[in-house]
Every structure is written in C-alpha cells, then in structure tokens.
Design a protein around this ligand. Structure first.
Ligand code: 5GP
Length: 208
C-alpha cells in the first residue's frame, strides 16, 4: 500500500491578470508542461475574434441565453467584463475537480477571482502582472485586434485590477516569459505537494 497519495479531489486554481499581461500564453505553456491540469472553457457573449473556436476558446452564446443560464444558477461565478458577460460553469468545475479528480485552471478576471474565493472552500489564486504600465500599454496596442477606444478602456480597467493584487495568494511578474511560466508551474507543483492535498497512510508513528 502506498504511504502517500494525492487526494481524489483536484485543486482549483485561478489565474487573473489585466488584459495584455500575457495570461493566455502563460496558461497554455503551463498546460503543455503539466499533466492532469486543464483549463476551464468559459461562456461569453463577446463575439469570437478571428481564429477563435466555439467550445475551445469559449462557449459563445447570445445575451438572452447567458441571462437564462444565470437564472438557472449554471455559473459558479459570472461578471460583466468590457461590456460583455463572461461566466464559469458550475458543471465544468464539478466534473473536473470532483469527478475526474483533476486540477482545473480558471483564467478569469479579478471580480471573478473574488467571487470564486467566496463560493468555494479551497482555491489557489495567482495574479499575473506586467512589469510596469508602459509595458502593458505597449502590449495592448501591439495586439492590433482592438480599436484605440477599446485599448484605452482596457488600460483603465487594468489600473483598477492592479490595485487589487493583495487579494491573491501568489504574484507572478511577467517580464521574462519563460521565468514567469517557470514560477507559475512551480506554484502548481508546490500546491500539489501540500500535506493537505495528500491522503497519508503512515506506519504507526509511536512504534518508531
Ligand atoms: P477576453 O475577451 O480578452 O478573452 O477576456 C476578457 C477578460 O475576461 C479577461 O480578463 C478574461 O480573463 C476574463 N474572463 C474570461 N472568462 C471569464 C469568466 O468565465 N469569468 C470571469 N469573471 N472573467 C472571465
């Protein structure tokens, strides 16, 4: 019989960051590097960007559908971000963490992170930040898929989000991408090794 085993329940992780901080890239690299670790696909009313696939990047729905889902309590958390609805499905989280016992990553905004913290007992929250605001502004402008007004709105929202950094368990600065990915992966690995993430079947300690 093995002395130590991982708990049958997976760990719920939340990664938040202002847009332009690089969270999709960091999340993707971490998923490539770690097994038993997947990302939850959110539901949104935002129209798909070129290249985005329904069911892979998001579940794209219209506003009446999203509002009906709110009424059915289908979301663990939901928020309005940049004028669109975004939400995390209760079922997706339950199936991954409870049924499959896998660790699940939610890549959601700061309001969503706060709502998940209130809703579930155990969650590990990580905040990814740019090294400075000038870098963030440059990254947002370089994306080129949004107009100047949207970029300005995202930058304003980013400042409000950065002010809430202390609500998170961990902070990762994305200056050098591979270093940021390394730190993010290290956090996940460390959380997996926590004693309370294990089931212990120890020999009787009094006889040794
Ligand atoms: P984007 O439109 O650029 O894909 O995402 C905009 C913002 O919405 C990002 O900060 C993203 O993390 C956040 N977001 C994506 N899915 C969810 C979700 O299910 N819930 C919440 N609260 N935010 C989300």
């Amino acid at each position: 019989m093995s002395l130590f085993a991982r708990r049958s329940r997976g760990i719920l992780f939340v990664l938040s960051a202002p847009s332009g901080a690089g969270k999709s890239t960091v999340a993707q690299r971490a998923m490539d590097a770690i097994s038993g670790f997947s990302r939850s696909v959110s539901t949104t009313t935002r129209p798909p960007r070129p290249g985005e696939i329904d069911g892979v990047d998001y579940h794209f729905v219209d506003r009446p559908t999203f509002e009906r889902m709110i009424g059915q309590s289908a979301f663990l958390e939901w928020a309005t971000v940049h004028g669109n609805y975004y939400g995390t499905s209760v079922e997706t989280v339950r199936r991954a963490v409870e049924e499959r016992g896998e660790d699940l990553l939610l890549v959601i905004d700061v309001q969503g992170a706060a709502a998940v913290r209130r809703a579930v007992g155990r969650v590990v929250t990580i905040f990814l930040v740019p090294p400075d605001l000038a870098t963030l502004a440059r990254r947002l402008a370089a994306r080129g898929d949004e107009d100047a007004g949207t970029v300005a709105l995202r930058l304003e929202n980013a400042k409000g989000e950065l002010a809430r950094a202390r609500e998170f368990d961990y902070l990762v600065v994305n200056d050098d991408l591979s270093l940021a990915v390394g730190e993010f992966v290290a956090i996940i690995m460390a959380e997996r090794c926590r004693i309370d993430a294990m089931t212990l079947t120890l020999p009787d300690e009094t006889t040794h």
